[in-house]
Design a protein around this ligand. Structure first.
Ligand code: PHE
Ligand code: FE
Length: 311
């Protein structure tokens, strides 16, 4: 079984948001990874999509079957978390509210704004880098508003509302992680100016999407959204003897390519969100410069300096 991949970094040509005039629209956004599929989602939506790609959550469009899909996904996934998800995630999950139907973003926002000053904004699907980074830098988290079909219950190729909400939003209630996400957004805008988005997107992949954390007394657990929203990858990431697990090293992660359509073969492990925040706080410009002189690595490469982490 495959993992619900995150296509924030996949190479698809994203359509311009609805209010853009096709004649005046800028160049197609550059995104990385390998995929020829056009993104799913309606970017025109009768002019309801703003220039920053946000739109109203189309709540009236959800069918009973959509709510039922959400309920079943939530039920299955929350039952899998004990012993595999990090404590911070398990503690925050109830903050999402509704378990039996798709939550309204407004309702989640009442709690989220009070907790950490973040808010959810609806988007029609994947959005280009610059609008994505800009939203994060402003403590706005873009959540895809549509849900997978029942046929995609176990596997969906691009992020839907379940991945975005269940996978990413609980940790936005954690103050340190919340600050880290904002810093990442600001860092993304800087990376864009330096032509280093591909390098930074690898760090995103290996932390925010597929990161593992070592917990006091609890061994290694998942904090990455791509793991936490996948029924199959949770146990693979945390318990399987197949993948490599190494201590997070920024240059190592930013040199390592990744695959979006299979379970990860390489995971990077942090000790705490504070460590992640502190490690990523310095200016990355020298790292980007150094990376330009270094070879890329494949997911199954290992280096003598890799610090292997035992489960
Ligand atoms: N500190 C990084 C820079 O200066 C930005 C960043 C912050 C990157 C947080 C990742 C996570 O470019
Ligand atoms: Fe994601």
């Amino acid at each position: 079984m495959q993992t619900p991949s995150d296509f924030l970094t996949a190479s698809v040509d994203l359509p311009a948001a609805g209010k853009h005039d096709t004649d005046t629209q800028g160049p197609a956004p550059t995104i990385y990874g390998q995929s020829e599929r056009p993104p799913r989602g309606d970017y025109a939506r009768d002019g309801q999509v703003n220039a920053d790609y946000t739109c109203p959550q189309n709540y009236a469009a959800y069918t009973e079957a959509d709510h039922e899909t959400y309920r079943r996904l939530y039920e299955r996934q929350s039952a899998l978390l004990p012993g595999l998800a990090c404590d911070e995630f398990i503690a925050a999950l109830p903050m999402l509210g509704a378990k039996t139907h798709i939550p309204r973003f407004e309702e989640v926002n009442e709690r989220l704004l009070k907790s950490t000053g973040w808010q959810l904004v609806a988007v029609p699907g994947l959005i280009p880098e610059v609008p994505f980074f800009t939203l994060l830098a402003n403590r706005k988290f873009p959540v895809t508003d549509w849900i997978r079909t029942p046929a995609e219950f176990d596997y969906i190729v691009e992020p839907d509302i379940f991945h975005d909400l269940f996978g990413h939003v609980p940790l936005l209630f954690n103050p340190v992680f919340a600050d880290h996400m904002q810093a990442y957004g600001a860092g993304g805008l800087k990376a864009h100016g330096l032509g280093a988005c591909e390098q930074l997107s690898r760090l995103y992949w290996y932390t925010i999407e597929f990161g593992l954390i070592r917990q006091a007394g609890g061994g290694v657990r998942a904090y990455g959204a791509g793991i936490l929203s996948s029924s199959g990858e949770l146990a693979h990431a945390v318990q399987s003897s197949e993948p490599q697990r190494i201590a997070l090293d920024l240059l190592r992660a930013m040199r390592t390519r990744y695959k979006i359509d299979s379970y990860q073969q390489m995971y990077f492990v942090i000790d705490s969100f504070q460590q992640l925040f502190d490690l990523t706080a310095p200016d990355f410009s020298p790292l980007y410069a150094a990376l330009k002189t270094m070879d890329e690595l494949a997911v199954d490469d290992s280096l003598p300096e890799d610090l292997l982490i035992q489960r």
